[in-house]
Design a protein around this ligand. Sequence first.
Ligand code: FES
Ligand SMILES: [Fe+2]
Length: 400
Amino acid sequence: MTQATSAVALDGDVVDRLIQLIRDNGTDLAESALTVPTAHFVSRERAEAEITLMRSLPLIVGHVSDIPDPGSFFTRTILGIPLLVVRQKDGSVGVFRNMCRHRGGHVEPAEKGRKPIFMCQYHGWSYAAEGGALKGVPYEETGGKVDRRCNSLIAFPAEVRHGLIFATLSDIEPRPVAAYLGPEIDSQILPWQLEESVVFIDETIELDINWKLVVDGTIDSLHAQFLHPKPGGVGSRTVNHCAVFKEFGRHGKMFMARAKLKKLLDAGEDGSASSKYIGTVMQIFPNNVFVEAPEHVELWSVWPNVDDPTKCSVRFRFLVRADILSPELEARVRKSWEILREAGMEEDFPMEASIQRNAVSWPEGSYHYGRNEKPAQHLHRQLHKEIDGARTGPGTISFS
Ligand code: FES
Ligand SMILES: [Fe+2]
């Protein structure tokens, strides 16, 4: 299937490297083991630093199919900021604070819809869907003249790329998304044709887990054999402790061998043409993970809870190319969601919640990330660079 093979083809050395790792019972190694303070999963101060960092980065806040036509909108609170996201006439997307410039009421209470004008229901100030300009101010003759030029809805920098709506939720100079992703990541997302895809599954789960532990779980190549041992389940589909991890700046991509590849090799067959037997997980720093399946792409967006570092919400979107969607494919994608949901709810999330509870009860402690956990180390190392300026000392990650 072109989706899967084209991305892997960009990494021609990956198949050979994975085959070698299978033969050696090995996995890519980080330069050192890593120790992460448990405080990083419970501390409010740490959480605030992470959220401040996140707000300065282009974040994925939606998919174009959420707002197909001019004036289509959705409202969503992201990192504590109520947003009103509106498709513009030129196809671009306006990301506004869902906040009236009179006294801060929400200008749109509905989750989604389509409107040319948004009118605040408190005192009737109204705003154009196009650009967010303030249009009407009831009783202005007695209230006093309101300057239209500086009372539009407050806009955040936003850009659509690969069908994904990126927004930077601060007033810093935004980075172009292509530059933020970098050419390697950008070119590997391209063949998925996300802009031509429909969001087939869109589910959100609230968890009592720090967001980083959930991201860790998505790129952990050591656990499936132990945590998902059921015959035919997640653990039986990949080769445990066998992953290539490529760093692309802040981001990274893990390549895992499917069990079928090991079977081929064990049977003495040449696995070199077997890129379809490779699964990938792409981490887009800081909080998004793409899991590439043969016929669809899964996007996990893991959002910290701004009020409580021990909680997060995970939004799962399964994107399927519109041109290949069929009832049979729908059934297969639904089945994949069921398998993921079951493994997550019954196995991964309860384990991660236990890690969280232990961090809460032992905030002066630390957790270990071995050299063979290079993918899971990447996020913590990158946050260390961006938040701590790579400074080591009390309260920071350490290397050994
Ligand atoms: S708060 Fe919106 S019109 Fe008053
Ligand atoms: Fe898992």
